[in-house]
Design a protein around this ligand. Structure first.
Ligand SMILES: *Cc1c(COP(=O)(O)O)cnc(C)c1O
Length: 415
């Protein structure tokens, strides 16, 4: 499949010329458009708030201190799943009362942070964690508020879902073990169950699995209530699919999703919440690269850019596609097939596209919609430094994460 680069010349990201960004910060560069981000936050709150659905952001999609600071000024909650994410959010001044902790293998240090009140509540994934949290909380005067991650057995794929009986993923407590887990929580005076949670997966483009999932959560809430544990809130997870590039159709109607969820829970005495990551941040992010070489080998034309696997492992990990846009200010010839590839010592292809015939070394190319799981998954493979992160808005730009130098990359080495 190919995609034509729609954008022509002297293009901008968030109103800032790509050339200015590249000259100021260098490439590769991770660019977050705050206007685009705020638009997505607004879309979620518009669809959810009037229906009583709380929106949380899954921090693993992208997080840095300045991003947490930006989110702190919105109504969103924040889901963190490591001490690193928690400290990042704290450095951005994100309030503890709107944070909660996820993860299926929380360390003692993380459990202590939960007990110390650095988040509002924690989502318990398994029985071992339940016992360890209870032990750490036993020294606490006040009870710790917890939710339970339920494995509802619903596996959502892009265009379908199946009920698996819960054995097929590692996350949460399967339905068959809920009764005994509730009974155990009831015995632990320092833990107070406030809700149930289920996240099915990622890039879900249909409403039906969400409905099936919330129905299972509602049934589980009834079981808990019958055992004397009234449940206040159900978190229906994230996973809302996004399109590959600007201009593509949106895969899922947010308003219809919120309406469907609210309808199922109406009159059941529980609040609902969702926790998207990708759908909030994907469209706001772009990865800006400079072309290093263009070479035709065999029947293929390769465009080598100065980033790749280390700053965006998603194309290799998942076959993810991002739409490239050529941003250089000069007349560019007709389009021809080209394979975008990175500069790492791997075949780090980033997809087959259609790019201008006279694309050459020095030209700027942006991969669009890379806001989610791109910078957050970046590595130091090949001992490349991770790129800087820049916020753009309304023609202004601001660096919020420094790029890593060779000194940064070697700072932990002991000789
Ligand atoms: C990853 C994750 C999310 C967010 O998923 P997206 O696909 O980015 O929306 C939400 N909740 C949990 C528990 C997750 O692990």
């Amino acid at each position: 499949m190919t995609t034509s680069n729609a954008l022509a010349v002297d293009a901008s990201l968030g109103g800032v010329s790509a050339r200015e960004l590249a000259e100021t910060y260098g490439t590769p560069l991770f660019v977050v458009d705050l206007d685009e981000l705020d638009l997505e936050i607004h879309r979620f709150t518009e669809a959810c708030a009037p229906r009583g659905i709380t929106v949380g952001y899954a921090g693993k999609a992208f997080l840095c201190a300045a991003f947490a600071e930006h989110l702190a000024a919105t109504p969103l909650r924040l889901d963190v799943c490591s001490l690193g994410e928690l400290v990042t959010a704290e450095r951005g001044g994100f309030p503890a009362g709107r944070m909660y902790f996820h993860g299926c293998g929380k360390t003692d240090e993380e459990l202590r942070a939960i007990v110390d009140g650095r988040v509002a509540f924690s989502v318990i994934d398994n029985r071992e964690e339940l016992e360890r949290l209870a032990a750490i909380a036993s020294r606490n005067a006040d009870p710790i508020e917890v939710m339970l991650r339920v494995n509802t057995g619903i596996e959502a794929h892009t265009h379908a879902f199946i009920r698996t009986g819960g054995e097929n993923t590692k996350f949460g407590i399967p339905l068959g073990h809920l009764g005994e887990t509730f009974a155990r929580i009831a015995e632990l005076p320092r833990l107070r169950l406030i809700g149930l949670h289920s996240h099915m997966g990622s890039q879900i483009s249909e409403i039906a699995p969400y409905v099936a999932n919330v129905d299972e959560l509602l049934a589980a809430a009834q079981t808990a209530t019958a055992l004397g544990l009234p449940v206040e809130e159900l978190i229906c997870g994230g996973g809302i699919a996004v399109e590959e590039g600007p201009g593509d159709a949106r895969p899922l109607d947010l308003d219809a999703l919120a309406a469907a969820l609210a309808e199922r829970a109406a009159g059941r005495g529980v609040r609902l919440a969702v926790e998207p990551g990708r759908a909030l941040v994907a469209r706001a992010g772009s990865s800006l690269y400079r072309v290093m070489a263009v070479k035709t080998q065999g029947r293929r034309r390769f465009v080598v850019v100065d980033g790749g696997l280390t700053d965006n492992p998603r194309p290799i990990l998942y076959g993810a596609r991002h739409v490239p846009e050529v941003l250089t200010a000069r007349a560019l010839g007709p389009d021809e097939p080209a394979t975008m590839t990175g500069r790492s010592c791997e075949n780090d292809e980033m997809g087959d596209y259609v790019l201008p015939r006279d694309l050459a070394a020095g030209d700027l190319v942006a991969m669009r919609n890379t806001g989610a799981y791109t910078y957050s998954m970046a590595s130091n493979y090949n001992r490349f430094g991770r790129p800087p992160v820049v916020f753009v808005r309304d023609g202004h730009h601001r660096r919020v994460v420094r790029g890593e130098s060779a000194d940064d990359v070697t700072r932990l080495d002991v000789v």
